[in-house]
Design a protein around this ligand. Structure first.
Ligand SMILES: Cc1cc2nc3c(=O)[nH]c(=O)nc-3n(C[C@H](O)[C@H](O)[C@H](O)COP(=O)(O)OP(=O)(O)OC[C@H]3O[C@@H](n4cnc5c(N)ncnc54)[C@H](O)[C@@H]3O)c2cc1C
Length: 214
């Protein structure tokens, strides 16, 4: 295994202290949610800050910093940051990897149930969505071929506060690895429908026999 870790920001000799630009205990430049440093005329982006060290984060943050600095906008950085490990199988995740509270739902589709994985004979993987009680997506983990590609739509869904029902209502091409995301969303919608039907059933409310729709 080649492990390339332990990178640190080399800010020690930049003279930041003369510009009132603060750094943290790891010498990373401190920024606010608008990517502004403690000097209001200076913005910072990329590995030199305390944000996750990814090319996509550096790029998006640099764009926000430039627009805030030059156009005087007040754009904030997004907390939705995808991460992909390019191993075999590929591992991709965004947001929560475990339910953050007792009310969050975990829906996992093993790739033995994803027909593209079956036809490719690469069923060693899974797609997992974590959603809140209303179906808003809190996080996703995908393990399998091109997991990063399948994750992109979950990133968009999280950015726009879409629900599992929005994903479930879309038409997905078949057979694709993205079927894992679609089926996990459908599983969430079905489970919540079942739960609300059970709650509405008068004989279940009194501890009577459980009614299972469909
Ligand atoms: C081995 C490895 C693999 C990686 N793989 C991935 C990956 O698969 N996906 C991913 O998203 N990210 C990956 N990363 C992280 C990614 O490379 C960084 O997050 C990204 O490059 C940060 O961009 P940046 O512009 O902030 O910094 P950099 O890309 O490091 O650019 C900083 C530039 O500033 C220059 N510089 C430094 N000091 C000074 C100075 N005093 N004066 C002038 N210029 C200076 C440097 O020479 C450099 O050119 C990887 C990193 C490593 C080390």
């Amino acid at each position: 295994m080649l492990l390339a870790a332990g990178r640190t920001a080399r800010t020690a000799r930049l003279g930041l202290e003369h510009l009132d630009i603060s750094t943290d205990a790891h010498r990373q430049i401190v920024t606010d949610p608008r990517i502004r440093t403690t000097n209001p005329s200076v913005w910072a982006a990329g590995d030199v800050t305390a944000h996750p060290r990814f090319t996509h984060v550096a790029g998006v943050h640099a764009s926000i910093a430039a627009r805030n600095a030059v156009l005087g906008l007040n754009l904030k950085i997004s907390p939705v940051v995808p991460r992909v490990t390019y191993t075999s199988p590929e591992l991709a995740a965004v947001g929560a990897t475990h339910p953050p509270g007792t009310h969050a739902m975990v829906r996992t589709i093993h790739h033995t149930h994803v027909d593209r994985a079956v036809t490719d004979n690469t069923t060693d993987g899974f797609t997992r969505l974590i959603a809140d009680q209303r179906g808003h997506i809190l996080g996703a983990t995908i393990v399998g071929p091109r997991a990063g590609e399948s994750l992109a739509e979950v990133v968009l869904a999280m950015e726009h506060r879409l629900r599992t029902s929005d994903i479930a209502a879309a038409t997905y091409p078949y057979p694709t690895y993205s079927d894992g995301v679609w089926n996990a969303a459908i599983a969430d919608v079905r489970a919540r429908l079942r739960a609300s039907a059970a709650a509405a059933c008068c004989c279940c409310a009194g501890g009577g026999p459980t009614w299972t729709p469909g």
